[in-house]
Design a protein around this ligand. Sequence first.
Ligand code: 4NP
Length: 167
Amino acid sequence: MMRNTPVNAQPKFALLFVCLGNICRSPSAEAVMQRLIQKTGLSERFLCDSAGTSAAHAGEPADIRSQRAAAQRGYHVTSISRQVTKDDLRSFDMIIAMDDANQQALYRMAANEQERTKIFRFVDFCQSTHPGEVPDPYYGGAKGFEEVLDILEDGCNGILAHAKLHR
Ligand code: 4NP
């Protein structure tokens, strides 16, 4: 009998990026990570997604400024905003918060210690940039979107290295 999935196939290790609105930082992180996963030939092992702690922009595409800044670097930001759910805390393997408020919101959603241990801060994986948080670019100028991308490119490398060790 032909099978689409090998009998011994492992489920993919699932990464979820979380910011406030899911229209600037986390969709950009998803796009940066998606390309990194593809570039490193790891698409069979890893998947990524993004969500927001707020539902204010649910159903919307990413902010056009994020899309354009990312496109300049060859990333396709295609996600549609959605709010993070309790189910995400159960089903994703790593849930990565863009700032401390996002992390606190995720901790409040976690049902138990096992879910709490899956919650991380993005900046803790950065090596060449040293931000306190991934700064919210929404109310600022174009420079903020570039800064976010610099931080995301740095941290995504660290996150994938960590995920490869823990998968
Ligand atoms: P994000 O940025 O959390 O990176 O998607 C924001 C988007 C929208 C708002 C704030 C931050 N807002 O206040 O609508």
